[in-house]
Write a protein that binds this ligand. Structure first.
Ligand code: URA
Length: 241
């Protein structure tokens, strides 16, 4: 299968069948908001470069974590998965039931759709790094609480520092608002190039795949977000070989 054919198939799997972009640039023109740089997220204390925790120590710290009440209800922690030197990092909300059972992010139905979204971008799941705001499942899949996010924040910060991605794709309101430290609604976070951390890593926001499963009509917008992310990535890495 040729590359365009593979993308077409991935789009079909994603459920985007009615609309195929003429090309990425044209599609980006059609996004609702024009890309504008957002203010940088202030560097947190442990993003100063002083944190030297390596992958093994970080994974062990997460596995043993009892900082918040969520440890009591978990089957296991869900650390993150994928290429530790990935150029693209995907950040979701928190493990669901299936993720808690298997110890891996995005392995349920939402995960299958995320895989299709990644395939539409030309990636296999193993080529990106996938992590969540929370490493433990909230009971009944309720929204993460601020104190739980605060307890887990350092783990994600260190994962991002270690991966050092060229771009971060935030899926869903919870991931985006917590990563970017904002209460801005997702509708206004989409279509903007945000930045994260001391390296000013570009962050693009799109809908959560679980939301897209409930609202398939929004998949076209999600596809626009992915094309926008692709363009931001190309800009961010231009000239870096
Ligand atoms: N939803 C998320 O945000 N993360 C997962 O790992 C699974 C579902």
């Amino acid at each position: 299968m040729s590359k365009p054919e593979r993308r077409h198939a991935a789009l079909a799997a994603m459920g985007v069948t009615a609309w195929v972009p003429r090309d990425a640039a044209a599609a980006v023109e059609e996004t609702a908001a024009s890309p504008a740089p957002a203010p940088a997220v202030p560097a947190a204390a442990d993003m100063s470069g002083a944190d030297q925790t390596d992958w093994d120590s970080l994974a062990a710290a997460v596995a043993a974590c009892r900082r918040c009440e969520l440890h009591k209800g978990r089957t296991q922690t869900v650390f993150g998965v994928g290429a530790r030197d990935a150029r693209w990092m995907v950040i979701g909300e928190a493990p669901g039931q299936e993720e808690d059972r298997r110890g891996e992010p995005f392995v349920g139905r939402a995960g299958q759709l995320l895989n299709s979204m990644l395939a539409a971008l030309g990636f296999r799941r193993e080529q990106v790094y996938i992590a969540n705001i929370l490493k433990c499942r909230p009971p009944g899949n309720r929204d993460p609480r601020p104190e739980e996010v605060a307890c887990c924040e350092g783990y994600l910060q260190r994962q991002i520092a270690l991966v050092n991605p060229a771009i971060i794709l935030c899926v869903g309101r919870i991931a985006a608002q917590n990563l970017l430290k904002t209460q801005t609604p997702i509708a206004r976070l989409r279509g903007q190039r945000h930045v994260y951390g001391p390296r000013q890593t570009p962050v693009i926001v799109t809908y959560h795949p679980a939301y897209l499963l409930r609202s398939p009509a929004e998949k076209r917008r999600a596809w626009q977000d992915l094309l926008f992310a692709q363009r931001v990535y190309a800009e961010a890495t231009r000239g870096s070989g």
